[in-house]
Design a protein around this ligand. Sequence first.
Ligand code: UDP
Length: 459
Amino acid sequence: MEKDRSLQPPPPHVLVFPFPLQGHINSMIKLAELLALAGFKLTFLNSHYNHERLVKFNNIAAHFERYQGFEFKTITDGLPLDHPRSGNWFLDMYEEALEMKMKPGFAIDVAKELEIPIIYFRTSSPCSFWVYYSIPDIIQAGELPIKGSEDMNRLLTTVPGMETYLRCRDLPSFCRETDIEDSIIKLYVKQTQKSSQADALILNTAEELDGPILSQIRTKCPRVYAIGPLHAQLNTRLKAKHGESYDHFSNTLWEVDKSCIFWLDKQPNRSVIYVSFGSITSTSREQLVELWYGLLNSKTKFLLVVRPNSVIGKDGEGEDVVVELMEKSKDQGYIVNWAPQEAVLNRPAVGGFFTHNGWNSTLESIVAGVPMICWPYFADQQVNSRVVSEVWKIGLDMKDICDKKIVEKMVKDVMVDQKEEFVQSAAEMAKVTNQSVNVGGSSYSNLDHLIEDIRIMSL
Ligand code: UDP
């Protein structure tokens, strides 16, 4: 008997509202598309500035028109459209929020007031979520603040599940401040702890990757959906629907230089190290030159990403150095402003990833089976690099050092001397992670549960 359509409940309507940074938009838009694939109505709320860039650099209309009821809406991020938003503008934004006594986790209050179910999606790593959650305990136990540089290698005892490897050095960068009480860290901690008031929590990871930490998080937030890596999950589901050659929407906020793919494809297998530090970090001129010498002296071919305006130098001379380096490294390296990173990591020529360990980059490297050299800058990156090197053992951690000799040694270790063991451990990690997003895998099933639970919540 045919079902009476008028009796079926309308599809749930989900509003997705990312923090206005590339890494957050990346994973949030993928989540939105996964929910749209399940037949949900979606509203993606972006800042004017980021939406303009999404439209400029991607064929956004053509991609999303296939989903009935998928719409983009925009709001201001509080800055004029021509503001460069380079450097640490987002930290300034946080500081301002703090000064204005903006309530961390305000979205929860709004949702509660409107009686709408709310699910938190923390786009950073579960290990950093757990560390932020535990910071009040670390302070109470007297393990923070850090007492100078000689104290940095001290092991912390108050983050359950991480007692054997978490050092002061591996705490989120904001913990390095001496005046903890007055620090931005308080905002992060409040925001994190408030997550337990949401109806559920989504994390971009797989049970196989972060099982022990997920068990800890579940003691505070019982309803956790580990549905990642999202880019891999989306690829699986899109390919099942549209065929093997189908790729997900790139959602980049910069113009992608695809010429590096042609260059890569001329290089031997696993011979190139890909070097990129994400969408927010800035390097000093000195750091970039040190890094570049290290790469050059390692005699390894490299593909280096230097975003426009990301090199800080005196009297505006930061950017000139890039042209100079390009000229000098013609035979060994290739430099671009912005790369198609996921595609790059999956090219056979790439044998290592010199990364800042933003969570998206880390997951993309894991899924592609590429070992890492970790050079974290701030926020969750410090703890991510520790987990990559000490727990998963799929890379080396160069944290807090930028010395051409160390760069050279690490590149040689990953690309030559310890190549076999790193290739093997990264391949094993890639295998279990990719299995998790296939039909019957943990992340695949967890997403099915999430979809079902949202349907029930919205009745
Ligand atoms: N990315 C890219 N091309 C580049 C550099 C980065 O497409 O040249 C993408 C990368 O694939 C990742 C995102 O930008 O998905 C950066 O996010 P991540 O969480 O790694 O770092 P963040 O930018 O937030 O520090």
